[in-house]
Design a protein around this ligand. Sequence first.
Ligand code: HBI
Length: 99
Amino acid sequence: MAERLSADARKEALGGIPGWTEVQGREAIGKTFVFRDFNEAFGFMTRAALVAEKMDHHPEWRNVYKTVEVVLSTHDAGGVTNLDIELATKMNAIAKLTQ
Ligand code: HBI
């Protein structure tokens, strides 16, 4: 089971994933992706969903038109783990391909 990251480790990890920040009021990280249109936004979600399923690690996300708000935390660990950092990294890579 993935280990919960300490506040310092979380801050350190955030340095390596551009655009991701701590979520206020809970141990989670978040990022809002903005795409050209809904088609691009949903394409991102489709690809990210397949990656998440393969990892067995799933995002909390909300899509409004061309915007996708993502929050990541590891529910089983009660905080942020390396799985969240890994999925965030992969989401950044997918977003680059679809923007
Ligand atoms: N996704 N974000 C997140 N956090 C979890 O703890 C988690 C998950 N997806 C699947 C999953 N846990 C399974 O391991 C458990 O539901 C068994």
